[in-house]
Design a protein around this ligand. Structure first.
Ligand SMILES: Cc1cc2nc3c(=O)[nH]c(=O)nc-3n(C[C@H](O)[C@H](O)[C@H](O)COP(=O)(O)OP(=O)(O)OC[C@H]3O[C@@H](n4cnc5c(N)ncnc54)[C@H](O)[C@@H]3O)c2cc1C
Ligand code: FES
Length: 272
């Protein structure tokens, strides 16, 4: 079994916010994307608000912002956001009935585990987003999965409600395991290494996941982040180096890459 990346229709489409929800420190936007193809888990979209997408009359508009698809249902696409700057701040201001420009789904997503291996989903912060749609797809395929999520504190840990029954770690110990989510991952792989690890989160967490999996010979698929301007391969703003000495564009060759293609996952700056 393989999952195929969906191709975005040419051009951005104007669609409407049909619902919005709050999970502690995170907001979720539900968009009425009736004409878009079904995304592969791990694909992303470029979003921009139609109104007030930029500082003011004398300032240039913002670039669209890349967002992983959190969940897809017929005619609707969900996105999870953390307010980290002007773009996410404006998107989180949007109300039901407001319009956004949407381009996607874009990039290459996750692939299902090889026969017999179980799936371990390991996320940090807003990197939870692509793991929710992945969990939905694995459940639909009848594949067992375990989810491990790390957050900085209790308001952020409310994002864990977006997955089925995850185990949670928090930096401050306010919810679940007091420590790093990668400690939960090591314990899980020590108990049973016959698994595939799927991960998305801040680069230091992704790098720890990569190193843990490499040391144990466990395959891992990492959803990378990189600064993105276009999202479809034209600007080369998102290139990262690979182990074989070449470069990939995260927007078209990723964002999901096999961990064994990388010497390090500390390739993309800050990120999620
Ligand atoms: C494939 C992909 C999927 C993403 N999915 C989500 C998601 O589901 N939810 C979500 O909230 N965010 C997601 N992001 C991150 C989001 O696109 C950026 O944080 C975005 O720039 C935020 O815009 P802003 O104007 O709010 O903040 P900015 O002012 O653009 O950024 C705030 C800070 O984050 C840094 N930064 C911004 N983007 C990146 C990046 N891509 N890599 C490294 N550092 C960065 C900036 O340097 C700055 O310090 C994703 C990014 C990518 C590439
Ligand atoms: S964002 Fe433009 S090439 Fe990747």
């Amino acid at each position: 079994m393989t999952w195929t990346a969906a191709s975005a229709p040419l051009g951005r489409r104007r669609i409407t916010v049909s619902d919005r929800r709050t999970y502690g420190a995170y907001g979720v936007l539900v968009l009425a994307d009736t004409n878009g193809p079904d995304p592969q888990p791990g694909q992303f979209y470029m979003l921009a608000a139609v109104e007030r997408w930029g500082g003011g009359a004398d300032e240039r508009p913002f670039l669209p912002r890349a967002l992983s698809v959190l969940r897809a249902e017929p005619g609707r696409a969900h996105f999870m956001l953390e307010d980290v700057g002007p773009g996410t701040d404006r998107l989180l201001e949007l109300a039901v009935g407001d319009d956004v420009w949407l381009l996607g789904p874009l990039g290459q997503g996750f692939q299902p585990p090889e026969e017999g291996r179980r799936a371990i989903l390991c996320g940090g912060g807003v990197g939870t987003a692509p793991l929710a749609i992945l969990e939905d797809a694995l459940r639909a395929a009848g594949t067992a999965s375990v989810a491990l999520l790390g957050f900085r504190d209790a308001p952020h840990a409310q994002g864990a409600a977006l997955l089925g029954d995850p185990r949670v770690a928090t930096d401050d110990g306010s919810v679940g395991h007091h420590g790093r989510v990668t400690e939960l991952l090591s314990a899980e792989l020590d108990a049973d290494p016959h698994a595939v690890v799927y991960s998305c989160g801040p680069p230091p967490m992704l790098e720890a996941v990569r190193a843990i999996c490499e040391a144990r010979g466990v395959p891992a698929q990492l959803a990378l982040e990189s600064g993105m301007a276009c999202g479809f391969g034209a600007c080369y703003g998102c290139v990262v180096p690979t182990r074989d000495g070449s470069y990939i564009r995260v927007c078209v060759d990723g964002p999901v890459v096999d961990a064994d293609r990388l010497d390090t996952a500390l390739v993309a700056g800050a990120g999620h």
